[in-house]
Design a protein around this ligand. Structure first.
Ligand code: FAD
Ligand code: N01
Length: 536
């Protein structure tokens, strides 16, 4: 067999060279498989390759948002900031790719467009945008939960005479908005991170806000040499705690209801959480923040008061206060000077709830009330999250059934890892796993290792095919829904619910059962000979 044939006749094909795809490549290569990665981008990094907008950084602390699989890597790499910037994370991912010699098995600038399962050969035929055809036994979609960017559904963008940018695919050379009138649409995490920096450049900046978000100060800072050294000494214990935790970040479990304490004590506790400068301090202060509206209102009220205390103009402050969803049910944000930005005379806020966006014109953005002339537009409008990258590929399982059709009323998956009727296909951090409700690198490692073990098991036992049963899948979907319905998450219009994309079914797409309990369940399933799967 020639080298070219070997690249087209694989044991496993991995789609995506982000944190998931790279680690999956390493583990399957270590297993002795003939495995390759195909990646649409020109380089590794996934999220951290694409999202180069000013201010892009992680909001999980660097010492936790890093791979745990290699103690040597942990010791070699030294993070410099509490919350690492996109360039620092990208350097880390590139270092990992080099250190483990991964690049030789990755084809860049290659987008998978279709994958068809052949029931007789029990193999996938995968086609790329360039017309290459790859034959593989296992197909692993490491395509990311937030990798398909979403434009605002406003007519006229093509007419606009100036440049437009989406935070999710920012130009590598950067953009200088100095002296410009800038319009920014979107106030999720990407908007909230970039707006303060964009405002420093722009002559005039108008922010178009449809829904305000809850954001807390990140308290970012350089890491002290001693805290890095301490973590390096204790990494093993920390990693174990991460894996057993609820959100992939170890925090003390709350013990009491927000309603069982005095207002004075509650405020003090929220303040302590706020001062930590992280996503979990306020969120996990009490047992019922995410399950009781009454309890949640106390946390939401605390954050709203903080917003009011930062923004000088009371009307602007009220517009920035979220009231339409419970705190935490849309992904909360961490910021550096976001609310304070609106105290600058050259920064303006337009409330799209009062004056909806109507169109983009040749020279600006028109709402129901006015036209705002701008020289450039930044779309911080988010992603077709969790299912977008999977349904963008024409994936056909048994009987030629299309994944997109099967998921017509919302994603159906067994454990977020496999889809009944789509044998030998695995999804890393797929819908109905903890994925986006966690420090994702923890969930990624969990899934990659589970898939690797499953493939090793199949090979050891002489099996060539694994498929989830419909019964197991139905049971898991019902469980995910039931657990979700015990929380306030389904009450929000969020990308977790698919509600940011017009026409997308309204389904809570993540599993809120907790990273640790979920890991126990999937391990148990494997230990029981892959319960809920048919192996043949
Ligand atoms: P990705 O990094 O999305 O990589 C998927 C890759 O697949 C991409 O490179 C894409 O080009 C490629 N791909 C997709 N479809 C195809 C196709 N058909 N053919 C070929 N290639 C394809 N998570 C956290 O836990 N903490 C954070 O602080 C955090 N911050 C974030 C900040 C931003 C701006 C964004 C967008 C996300 C953030 N996330 C964060 C989530 C982040 O996506 C994950 O933490 C993690 O990086 C995902 O890695 P991945 O490899 O699974 O997916
Ligand atoms: O996207 P978003 P994002 N007209 O969907 C608005 C991760 N992340 O890129 O809320 C007008 O959150 C939309 O309004 P609404 C993190 O998981 C992390 O910011 O739908 N407005 C919203 O305000 C995050 O949650 C970091 O009403 C429109 C915004 O655009 C996820 O990625 C940084 C519109 C989109 O917000 C996505 O974040 C960045 C329209 N037609 C990202 N369409 C960290 O800090 C959309 N909007 C680690």
């Amino acid at each position: 067999m020639t080298e070219a044939d070997e690249d087209r006749q694989l044991d496993a094909l991995i789609v995506g060279a982000g944190l998931s795809g790279l680690y999956q490549l390493k583990t399957l290569r270590d297993l002795g498989l003939n495995v390759r990665v195909v990646e649409a981008a020109k380089g590794v990094g996934g999220t951290w390759y694409w999202n180069r907008y000013p201010g892009a950084r992680c909001d999980v602390e660097s010492l936790s948002y890093s791979y745990s699989f290699s103690p040597e890597l942990e010791q070699e790499w030294t993070w410099t900031e509490k919350y690492p910037t996109q360039p620092e994370i990208l350097r880390y991912v590139e270092h990992v790719a080099d250190r483990f010699d991964l690049l030789r098995d990755i084809s860049f600038e290659t987008r998978v467009t279709s994958a068809v399962y052949d029931e007789r050969s029990k193999r996938w035929t995968v086609t790329t945008g360039g017309g290459d055809v790859i034959d593989t036994q296992f197909l692993i979609m490491a395509t990311g939960c937030l990798s398909v960017s979403k434009a605002p559904e406003v007519p006229g963008a093509e007419r606009f005479q100036g440049p437009t940018y989406h935070t999710g695919h920012w130009p590598h050379e950067g953009v200088d908005f100095t002296g410009m009138r800038l319009g920014v649409i979107g106030t999720g995490s990407s908007g909230i991170q970039s707006i303060p920096i964009l405002a420093e450049q722009a002559r005039e900046m108008t922010v178009f806000q449809r829904t305000p978000n809850f954001s807390m100060p990140a308290g970012n800072r350089p890491l002290a040499a001693q805290e890095v050294a301490d973590m390096k000494e204790n990494y093993r214990e920390w990693r174990a705690a991460q894996r057993a935790s609820g959100f992939g970040v170890p925090v003390p479990a709350p013990t009491e209801s927000a309603m069982d304490v005095s207002e004075h004590d509650r405020t003090a506790k929220y303040q302590a959480g706020w001062d930590q400068g992280n996503l979990v301090g306020v969120l996990t202060a009490y047992t019922d923040t995410l399950t009781s509206k009454e309890a949640n209102d106390t946390a939401a009220g605390f954050v709203r008061d903080k917003i009011r205390s930062k923004v000088h103009d009371p009307e602007v402050a009220e517009t920035l206060c979220p009231t339409s969803f419970p705190y935490g049910t849309k992904r909360p944000c961490l910021d550096t000077g976001y609310y304070e930005t609106f105290n600058s005379d050259h920064v303006h806020l337009v409330d799209l709830r009062k004056t909806p966006l109507q169109e983009i014109t040749e020279s600006g953005i028109r709402t129901s009330e006015a036209e705002y002339e701008v020289d450039a537009i930044v779309f911080a409008t988010g992603f077709d999250a969790m299912t977008g990258a999977l349904t963008a590929v024409d994936i056909r399982g048994r009987g030629g059934v299309a994944l997109k059709e099967k998921w017509g009323e919302g994603p159906r998956s067994y454990l977020g890892l496999a889809v009944a009727g789509f044998p030998n296909l695995f999804t890393i951090t797929g819908p109905s796993s903890p994925s986006v409700l966690s420090n994702m690198i923890v969930s990624i490692e969990q899934h990659v290792e589970w898939v690797t073990d499953a493939i090793a098991y199949l090979r050891e036992h002489g099996h060539t095919e694994i498929d989830a049963t419909t019964e197991a899948e139905d049971g898991w979907v019902a469980h995910v829904e039931e657990v979700g319905n015990h929380t306030l998450y389904p009450t929000a219009d969020s990308w977790y619910m698919g509600s940011n994309v017009p026409g997308k079914p309204r389904v809570f797409m993540a599993y809120i059962g907790g990273v640790g309990p979920y890991a126990d369940r999937i391990t148990e399933i494997a230990d029981n000979g892959y319960e809920g799967f048919t192996l043949s």
